[in-house]
Design a protein around this ligand. Structure first.
Ligand code: C5P
Ligand code: C5P
Length: 444
């Protein structure tokens, strides 16, 4: 029961009231429902949950996938349609006042820190874990929040997308809190068929040499080209074209890779779901690749198990990873006192930044329409020491831009002319954050 996850009776009662009101609002709405979701794996998994749910409820709906919500997007949405019900997924909590101000009839299903700590503002309902003492960066993702609504209609099969979305947002090592509850529910109803300890490379359903070469979690630089991987597999007596390794071959590969990475990064929990893409991690990787390569709708099609979308999604995964590997080969980060940064390409900077983090946070930058778009990434150790990238990126507002996110992963957008001043300021703030001693912060 959800009640066991929420810490006290009062919190549970508030949760129940909010969810009931949202369920009623959807049920009673006649006319169009506009779903607006984020283009990453969690956003697309959220979109998949909502459109399956609305389809089953016989509602008219329209799904849009956006990179970021901002005033311009909200204005455009408001002008486009005739009094629809808006559902914002994986976004919206930072703009609840702006959405409410415009008199929009809306539901926000988000896991980012909310600007206003209310479950209802004017005609806008907000379901956000932070309002119920849950950590939105660790205990539940946006697709988890969407599933909390879907399960009210007993659509328990949609739990698999909450698992996929949480993995996309890296909340699975290990699953805790509400995520764990959802995993258990999926298991109970058999939509999550099994959880197996296995090598991550068996997740992909690709020839093993490709699985190794394109894998970036973990990323093994020495094995990021075809020749090196095939040579290694031949040395081990493993057929590079096998798609699944077991027994002795699997053990041999694990021992050989131990010289590059920790065994815990290769031997992982695989979540086997009731879906044509059987591995939840692989599905989240496909969704992420589609979203970041600008074909989020194909990702939605793949989530909905359309064969052609799955085929394109699998190809897109390879294209996306090839790009990342190619860029990583040539990248040189520039160093300030407390941060490192690099210039990269749209869609790949966030993932690359997270792979490049060592002892300093890394910031990826690309240019778009007179602005620089920025993705900043840290790691657990830096967060424990005090790093809060959300706060650091927040200073973008002092430079005519905007920024925010989580302490471990955040982003910003700033007018081009302010880049060096912005980086200097971020360097200073991060320096201050890491100077504090004796703290041990959680990811949030
Ligand atoms: O918009 P949202 O909050 O869902 O985006 C979070 C982003 O941060 C995702 O791209 C996710 O992969 C990234 N992340 C990360 N490291 C973590 C947690 C999240 O890079 N430990
Ligand atoms: O775009 P990226 O994947 O780097 O975003 C990381 C996190 O920062 C996400 O949670 C995103 O919602 C947030 N972000 C933000 N404002 C921006 C850019 C990103 O709040 N301008």
């Amino acid at each position: 029961m959800v009640a066991t996850v929420l810490k006290d009776k009062g919190t549970y009662e508030r949760y129940r009231k909010t969810v009931n009101e949202i369920v009623e609002k959807i049920k009673n709405h006649q006319g169009l429902i506009r779903v607006i979701t984020h283009y990453d794996a969690d956003g697309l998994a959220s979109g998949a949950i909502l459109i399956k749910m609305l389809y089953r409820l016989n509602k008219d709906f329209h799904l849009s996938i956006v990179e970021h919500l901002n005033e311009k997007t909200i204005n455009r949405l408001q002008k486009e349609s005739n009094n629809p019900l808006y559902i914002f997924c994986d976004m919206g909590s930072a703009y609840i006042d702006r959405i409410a101000e415009r008199g929009m009839n809306a539901i926000i299903l988000d896991h980012h820190p909310p600007k206003l700590r209310y479950t209802k503002v004017e005609e806008v309902h907000q379901l956000n874990p932070h309002l119920f003492n849950l950590n939105g960066a660790r205990e539940i993702s946006a697709s988890g929040v969407c599933y909390l609504v879907a399960r009210e209609y007993k659509f328990y099969d949609l739990s698999i997308f909450a698992i996929v979305g949480a993995i996309g947002d890296m909340q699975h090592e290990p699953f805790i809190g509400m995520n764990k509850f959802i995993v258990n529910e999926a298991r109970e109803y058999r939509y999550l068929r099994s959880i197996v300890k296995d090598i991550v490379y068996n997740a992909y359903d690709l020839p093993i040499w490709q699985s190794i070469m394109y894998c970036t979690r973990p990323y093994i630089k020495e094995l990021s080209d075809r020749e090196s991987v095939i040579n290694l597999l031949k040395e081990l007596g493993i057929d590079p074209n096998k798609t699944y390794l077991e027994g002795e071959e699997r053990d041999k590969l694990i021992s050989a890779l131990k010289r590059y990475v920790d065994e815990s990064q290769i031997l992982v929990d695989r979540y086997i779901i009731n879906h044509k893409i059987e591995d939840a991690f692989y599905l989240s990787e496909i969704l992420n690749a589609c979203g970041k390569m600008g074909i989020g709708s194909v990702g939605i099609g793949a989530a909905l198990e359309d064969e052609e979308c799955i085929r394109i999604g699998r190809e897109t995964y390879i294209k996306y990873k090839s790009e990342i590997i190619e860029q990583l080969r040539n990248i040189e980060t520039q160093k300030l006192n407390n941060i490192e940064y690099f210039f990269g390409k749209k869609g790949t900077i966030g993932h690359m930044a997270s792979l490049l983090v060592r002892d300093k946070p890394v910031i990826g930058i690309y240019e778009e329409e007179g602005y620089y778009k920025i993705s900043a990434r840290g790691n657990k150790l830096l967060v424990e020491k005090g790093l809060d990238l959300s706060k650091a990126m927040g200073v973008a507002s002092q430079f005519g831009g905007s920024g925010g996110g989580h302490n471990i992963a955040a982003g910003a957008r700033i007018p081009k002319i302010y880049l060096s001043a912005f980086l200097q300021k971020v360097d200073e703030i991060v320096g201050e954050q890491l100077k504090k001693e004796g703290i041990k912060n959680p990811i949030s």
